[in-house]
Design a binder for this molecule. Structure first.
Ligand SMILES: *[C@@H]1O[C@H](CO)[C@@H](O)[C@H](O)[C@H]1NC(C)=O
Ligand SMILES: *[C@@H]1O[C@H](CO)[C@@H](O)[C@H](O)[C@H]1NC(C)=O
Ligand SMILES: *[C@@H]1O[C@H](CO)[C@@H](O)[C@H](O)[C@H]1NC(C)=O
Ligand SMILES: *[C@@H]1O[C@H](CO)[C@@H](O)[C@H](O)[C@H]1NC(C)=O
Ligand SMILES: *[C@@H]1O[C@H](CO)[C@@H](O)[C@H](O)[C@H]1NC(C)=O
Length: 485
């Protein structure tokens, strides 16, 4: 374990260092094909992230805004001899026939460039700036030689909506990386999800006639998925308007996410920013996320996840769960969320589990979090249910060792700022609170915190005062054999 972790840190350091020092642009020297047809230059994102609030915050200093860089395009002097083809490591998709005019299907060129880059050490698949590439749902698979880079400096997007989606393509995913060990997905470009027509499908919540929700198949693609891969770095990109989740990691190990900007409108359904499940050793740093669902969601099977310097909002906050659906076992541990700003969101930091699950959530720390006009700033919901028909059950995912420290700011008075609804059958234990100070965004109302079957302690007085947290331990402690992971 320790060895692996050490290796990961070294690997990540090397990966980042080598990107800075031998940066691809430096080697690339603007590969210039004289084009008669000027490709549409990437427009500014339709939903730019809110500029960072420059007011100094008492809770933490917001990270330097990681706004997407749209530097002026490199000189397109046609007399520049260009040098990219002489670099054996760079596989520019335009050299493989990609057109990048915003409508031509460039899938074949990307696949061909990937195939070649995968074969060499430190290969770079390059989608250069000033082009808008369209590809259909594609799985880029490994194993590949080490040091692979997938660099998007231009715009990369899927076909525009369900009507343009090829019949035979998966409607669950678009850009997929599979069985890759050691890859960086980076660049100063934009991954544009073209999600609008998916959000408007009549099967989506309240998008049917007269605000109804029609039944039926409602699959929509996750924009970017990493599956069964390890030692990944994702950095620098603007990722926006996903049909569904923007980014999803499952079955991965060693994920470093940095300086991303993710944005979709507040009312876009199920557009989680970053979702991880069955994944360990994850770092998510210095990123800005605004969307219509969870900012970051952590599913079953995740351990050692570190989140720091992230700004969320509008969003549904940072969420552990949902866990234990269909009586499944869920194990989540060692999750740290620090130095985070959550604003204009439906939840702040949330843990949600279904009735009837097993397993446990433990070793969770929420620290230095600023809330701005957030509903349910701190919420544990062990009655999570998407329909009305969920029965109470005797099994539940066991929650313990959950720490909230230095959580400050304002809440939206439509919901109590602190809500710990633990399972009737399995109490939550060892919830610790210190320096929690939450004030109503408007008015004077200090909504009473709600607790049910929640045990723990407060180390300093909480605002609003919390009297419902029970001291000590519940009379019936859970059998660790049943809930241990
Ligand atoms: C092109 O590459 C060669 C060898 O890699 C190098 O010597 C030369 O200076 C480069 N030319 C330009 C214009 O960058
Ligand atoms: C929508 O509501 C209007 C007014 O209530 C009604 O006349 C119309 O039939 C409804 N349309 C559908 C498709 O339900
Ligand atoms: C918890 O996870 C962090 C990485 O986020 C790691 O550095 C640390 O060693 C882990 N702690 C334990 C007890 O495993
Ligand atoms: C489940 O249990 C909770 C807590 O005891 C209670 O408030 C709720 O009404 C119950 N729900 C059902 C469907 O029985
Ligand atoms: C309670 O949780 C904290 C971490 O939040 C841990 O350090 C401590 O040992 C736990 N206490 C007990 C009695 O398990």
């Amino acid at each position: 374990m320790e060895l692996l972790r050490g290796f990961l840190i070294i690997w990540i350091t090397l990966a980042l260092f080598s990107q800075n020092s031998s940066n691809v642009e430096g080697r690339y020297h603007a590969h210039k094909k004289q084009k008669n047809k000027k490709a549409p230059v990437s427009e500014p994102p339709a939903y730019p992230p809110d500029p960072q609030d420059p007011v100094p915050s008492p809770v933490y200093s917001p990270p330097a805004p990681s706004s997407p860089a749209y530097p002026p395009p490199v000189s397109s002097d046609p007399t520049d001899p260009g040098n990219s083809s002489s670099d054996p490591c760079i596989f520019d998709v335009t050299s493989f026939g990609a057109v990048g005019d915003g409508s031509t299907d460039d899938t074949a060129a990307f696949k061909a460039a990937w195939k070649e880059a995968c074969k060499v050490e430190s290969g770079v698949v390059l989608a250069p700036s000033d082009y808008v590439f369209t590809i259909t749902s594609t799985i880029f698979s490994g194993p590949c030689k080490p040091g692979l880079v997938f660099q998007v400096d231009g715009v990369l997007m899927p076909p525009n909506g369900p009507d343009c989606w090829p019949e035979s393509d998966s409607k669950n995913q678009w850009l997929v990386f599979y069985k890759i060990d050691g890859m960086a997905f980076t660049g100063r470009g934009t991954i544009e999800g073209n999600g609008e027509k998916w959000w408007e499908l009549p099967c989506k919540p309240h998008r049917g006639p007269n605000g109804s929700t029609l039944p039926g198949q409602c699959d929509s693609p996750a924009l970017i998925r990493f599956f069964m891969s390890s030692n990944l770095v994702v950095s620098g990109l603007q990722i926006q308007n996903s049909p569904q989740f923007h980014m999803k990691f499952d079955g991965c190990e060693g994920v470093m996410i940095e300086k991303l900007s993710i944005s979709s409108p507040k009312l876009s359904p199920n557009t989680d920013g970053i979702h991880v499940e069955n994944t360990k050793y994850v770092g998510i740093y210095n990123s800005v996320i605004s969307n219509g669902d969870d900012c970051i969601s952590i599913g079953p099977g995740c351990t050692d996840v570190d989140i720091e310097g992230v700004t969320c909002g509008p969003s549904h906050g940072i969420s552990i769960g949902s866990l234990g659906v269909h009586n499944s076992q869920a194990c989540v541990s060692n999750i740290t969320v620090r130095n985070v700003l959550i604003k204009e969101s439906d939840n702040g930091v949330r843990i949600k589990t279904w009735q009837g699950g097993t397993g446990s959530v433990h070793g969770i720390s929420f620290e230095n979090i600023e809330m701005q006009n957030v509903r349910n700033c701190m919420i544990i919901d062990q009655y999570y249910c998407l329909s009305k028909g969920c029965r109470n059950q005797t099994a539940a995912v066991y929650l313990t060792d959950v720490k909230y420290r230095n959580i400050k700011g304002t809440y939206d008075v439509r919901s109590p700022p602190i809500h710990f609804a633990c399972s009737d059958a399995v109490a939550c234990t060892n919830i610790t609170l210190s320096e929690v100070e939450l004030f109503p965004e408007e008015g004077e109302l200090l909504d009473d915190p709600f607790c049910w079957n929640a045990y723990g302690s407060q180390e300093t007085l909480t605002i609003p005062p919390i009297t419902c947290l029970q001291e000590g331990e519940p009379q019936t402690l859970v059998e660790s054999s049943k809930y241990g992971c």
